[in-house]
Design a protein around this ligand. Structure first.
Ligand code: SF4
Length: 270
């Protein structure tokens, strides 16, 4: 089986050689107005609770509302860590002489007003790799990633991917990808784990490289479609959806603040 953490381990073993500029492809990414429903903005409603991206924030992005809350420097650092790890990963794949494709475009028609878009980090043979970085303490010590999903007892306590990552990957798996690896590297401790995800009857299922947990997540195409269908209507009617969240993440938590926090919460307070 493909060891999805190996490329960065190999890169470090070889003495962290200088990465040529061409490996930083992801720096081309911009935050322009969307023209498709991006996989990373997928969300679902489960037991009356929204999991994933806020529709109101997506509406603001689609309509080109200027952001009212600039990302904090710590958030920008986290964002750029993703680019650095992707460059290391690509270099590591080359060091291991593993053939691969980078930044593979996903462009699918799911019958919505707009297409589904996305950019997979890597394809290695017929397996996808969507690489993420994280604050390691929550993975290694608190295991706070593992207790989520509200009332869904079947996944409570299991070690599984972060919800937003699992939802993004659920979009890829419903767009023709059979297996998606999700290697996650801790920015602080270099704790690392690879989650392997595939479709199953209930949604998606995942195993991991650390323990024998099998997590089944009810993140189905129908549930993802229902949310984007609602957004399409709001975009057509030019009416912002109601806020999906009251407080906490993704509105405001720690160093992270929603980029339209003042606009959204200001409007609500009027
Ligand atoms: S502040 Fe919260 S509810 Fe408002 S747009 Fe941002 S994430 Fe959504």
């Amino acid at each position: 089986m493909f060891d999805a953490c190996a490329p960065i381990e190999e890169y470090l073993r070889q003495g962290a050689p200088e990465i040529p500029a061409g490996y930083y492809l992801s720096n081309k990414r911009t935050d322009n107005k969307p023209n498709s429903h991006h996989a990373s903005s997928a969300s679902i409603e489960l037991d009356g609770k929204v999991i994933g991206s806020c529709l109101r924030a997506q509406f603001y992005a689609w309509k080109g509302f200027p952001i009212t809350n600039e990302p904090d420097i710590g958030v920008l650092f986290n964002f750029h860590c993703g680019h650095w790890f992707e460059a290391m990963y690509a270099f590591g794949l080359d060091l291991l002489k593993i053939p691969h494709q980078r930044e593979v475009i996903v462009n699918q028609d799911w019958g919505l007003d707009y297409k589904i878009g996305g950019r997979l980090d890597f394809m290695v043979a017929d397996e996808a790799v969507e690489l993420k970085t994280s604050y390691g303490r929550s993975m290694e010590f608190d295991k706070s990633w593992s207790v989520v999903n509200g009332k869904n007892k079947s996944t409570k306590g299991l070690f599984k991917p972060k919800d937003s990552h699992a939802l993004q990957i659920a979009v890829y798996l419903n767009s023709g990808i059979k297996v998606c690896n999700n290697p996650v590297f801790a920015r602080d401790s270099f704790y690392r784990v690879n989650f392997r995800l595939n479709l199953c009857e209930e949604g998606i299922e995942t195993t991991n490289s650390v323990n024998s947990d099998l997590a089944v997540l009810p993140y189905t195409k129908d549930k993802i479609l229902a949310r984007w269908t609602k957004l399409d209507k709001c975009l057509k009617d030019n009416i912002a959806p109601a806020p999906d969240f009251d407080s906490g993440y993704p509105c405001k938590a720690g160093k992270y603040t929603c980029q339209w926090y003042d606009l959204c919460k200001g409007e609500n307070n009027d």
